[in-house]
Design a protein around this ligand. Structure first.
Ligand code: FAD
Ligand code: DLZ
Ligand code: SF4
Length: 524
């Protein structure tokens, strides 16, 4: 517990840029010192995408300026400061002495390794360290554990309903709005040819951001990703503009086209708020309140167009369902979760995940988007990149590291369950009820990628066949023992059993040849 008579050093991490974050609650503005630090250990423990570092450093610098303008005492350690101590612990130790503070107050971090570190600080620093719960999430870690304890199976859908009830969100007279909790079945449309896709919200970099771009060019040039055309918001005000433009221009179509993908269209009808939400510029509570308010305002005002419930419910489910569920699962299952490899996948990550140089157009598109923007939307991450990683048997450690590096919204609490649980089935079904494996037909149904591809999606084996087609059967064949008993996989194994043996053997042989090439990093 913190003692109010003491002078506190209040640590705010790069993903805690919220004015009301726990570490700042009850602050004594006259005496306490707020510390934000750009440190080598955090910026390089994996080689984060250049745009992720630009975004975070610039957002941190803007946040510090706002705090100073509000009258707080702030120590901001810039990356190139001569007395930069290089790690969070060393920074805290040094600034404690510099400002003669008697205690440290921080907010529960987003990564297990940082939390472990923090737990040791009171011993190493010799002062009281108060690690306060992060109340920006809807569910506490304890609430998730209570919900999960004793359950044979954890499923997002049931946890999500608890979150809806907790917030009384989209609920009328105790019943879910419209009579159903989940409208996902309405959210699988392909994009029509002539659909207008609104531009994504962009901001010109200001002086602070320009300075950080120069810093990243010199200090992080060997990291993955492009720095050209940085256009993300870096303040709370800008993050709200992004949210509001999403609500005004894209929410109406978010639901039906949530799973769609299109050539050279990285943004579609998604919200692009994950950078801001995960770093704290926006909070889940305020986003959900805003969306719900807009929904009911439009519903009750005949002069305004109605916003489809499948869009509103679908969006809210992502924010208070999936996001809270993966966070709960992460803390419930760590540290073992990081070690899971249920399908014993051992293959190294092919080089093309970094370069985008592959003949498979869907993958090259998704990697190009990722490299340019530190962003890809959900179905690209899940059904193209993730699906390939799953059916090609790529190692969970390698795949997790890649996802943590390449996305601007990636922190281990949210990245790891999505990758090891949702994509790779490495946790053996703790998060998802079955692997999301799919052949090229799914990608062709949900996108126009195949039209621009050297491979032919309708060819199953042999010359020019789409690799997703034979890798899919090879995956199912390899893992028959562990997957065939899953009742959601039964039908697909019955289909496999009805296949002409020659057809299956051709698929397995093509997969072998392909995987040898993949291991050699030959062009595939
Ligand atoms: P929208 O499609 O507009 O969705 C709105 C919000 O819902 C998102 O901003 C996000 O906060 C939340 N959300 C949606 N799906 C999920 C989910 N599965 N888990 C958690 N939150 C979700 N999201 C991250 O924030 N960080 C990650 O590191 C991350 N890694 C992922 C890795 C894989 C393999 C997969 C399949 C998904 C991952 N996601 C991750 C979830 C999702 O892809 C992103 O949240 C989303 O693409 C962000 O874009 P958006 O803001 O436009 O999202
Ligand atoms: C991701 C990141 C980066 C790139 N840099 C910093 C930094 O310089 N200072 C900081 O406080 N945090 C940084 N982070 C975020 C942390 O690595 C970590 O992911 C989160 O704080 C979650 O615990
Ligand atoms: Fe991807 Fe296959 Fe379609 Fe090519 S044909 S874009 S590899 S799914």
């Amino acid at each position: 517990m913190s003692d109010k008579s003491l002078k506190s050093l209040r640590l705010v991490l790069a993903d805690q840029l919220t004015h009301t974050v726990a570490a700042l609650q009850g602050i004594d503005a006259e005496h306490d010192v707020i510390l934000l630090a750009e440190v080598r250990s955090e910026a390089s423990y994996v080689k984060h995408h250049k745009k992720k570092i630009i975004y975070l450093f610039s957002a941190m610098r803007h946040f510090a300026q706002e705090l100073i303008a509000l009258g707080y005492k702030v120590h901001y350690t810039q990356y190139l400061d001569d007395d930069n101590q290089g790690s969070l612990e060393a920074e805290v130790a040094y600034r404690l002495k510099q400002y003669d503070c008697d205690q440290v107050i921080c907010t529960f971090p987003g990564e297990y390794r940082v939390h472990q570190d923090m737990l040791s600080w009171s011993d190493t620093l010799g002062v009281d360290v108060d690690i306060r719960a992060d109340d920006r999430f809807i569910a506490t870690i304890e609430e998730f554990a209570q919900w999960a304890d004793g359950k044979k199976q954890l499923r997002m859908e049931f946890f999500y309903r608890e979150m809806r009830r907790k917030l009384n969100c989209l609920i009328q007279d105790g019943q879910p709005e419209g009579g159903k909790w989940n409208y996902d079945a309405d959210n699988r449309a392909k994009l029509p040819k002539d659909i207008h896709i609104p531009n994504n919200t962009q901001f010109a970099p200001d002086d602070i951001t320009q300075t950080v771009i120069e810093l990243v060019k010199t200090e992080f040039n060997d990291h993955f990703g492009d720095f050209a055309d940085f256009h993300y918001g870096v303040t709370r005000e800008q993050a709200f503009i992004v949210l509001d433009e999403f609500i005004a221009e894209r929410l109406v179509n978010f639901g039906q086209f949530q799973d769609a993908m299109a050539q050279d269209e990285p943004w579609l009808f998604h919200s692009h708020i994950s950078f801001y939400l995960n770093s704290g510029l926006l909070t889940a509570h305020e986003i959900v309140a805003r969306i719900e308010d807009v929904y009911y305002t439009h519903l009750h005002d005949d002069t305004l167009p109605a916003i489809p419930l499948n869009s509103v419910e679908g969006f809210i489910r992502q924010v208070i369902g999936w996001r809270e569920y993966v966070r709960g699962l992460y803390w419930y299952k760590m540290p073992e979760y990081v070690e899971h490899n249920h399908l014993n996948a051992q293959r190294a990550l092919p080089d093309f995940f970094w370069t985008g140089k592959t003949k498979m157009n869907c993958l090259s598109q998704c990697i190009k988007d990722t490299k340019e923007n530190a962003y890809a939307h959900h179905i690209q991450r899940l059904m193209v990149l993730g699906n390939f990683a799953l059916i090609a048997g790529l190692s969970p450690k390698a795949v997790n590291e890649w996802y943590l590096i390449v996305y601007g919204d990636a922190y281990e609490w949210v990245e790891l369950p999505n990758v090891s649980g949702m994509v790779l089935y490495a946790d053996g079904g703790m998060l998802a009820s079955k692997p999301y494996a799919a052949s090229g037909a799914y990608i062709n149904k949900m996108s126009n990628y195949c039209k621009h591809c050297e491979y032919k999606v309708t060819t199953k084996t042999g010359e020019g066949a789409c690799p997703f087609n034979y890798l899919y059967w090879d995956f199912l064949y390899r893992h028959r023992e562990s997957l065939a008993n899953n009742h959601r996989m039964g039908m697909i194994y019955r289909t496999m059993d009805k296949m002409a043996p020659e057809k299956l053997n051709n698929a397995l042989a093509d997969a072998d040849t392909f995987l040898i090439k993949l291991d050699n990093n030959d062009m595939v």
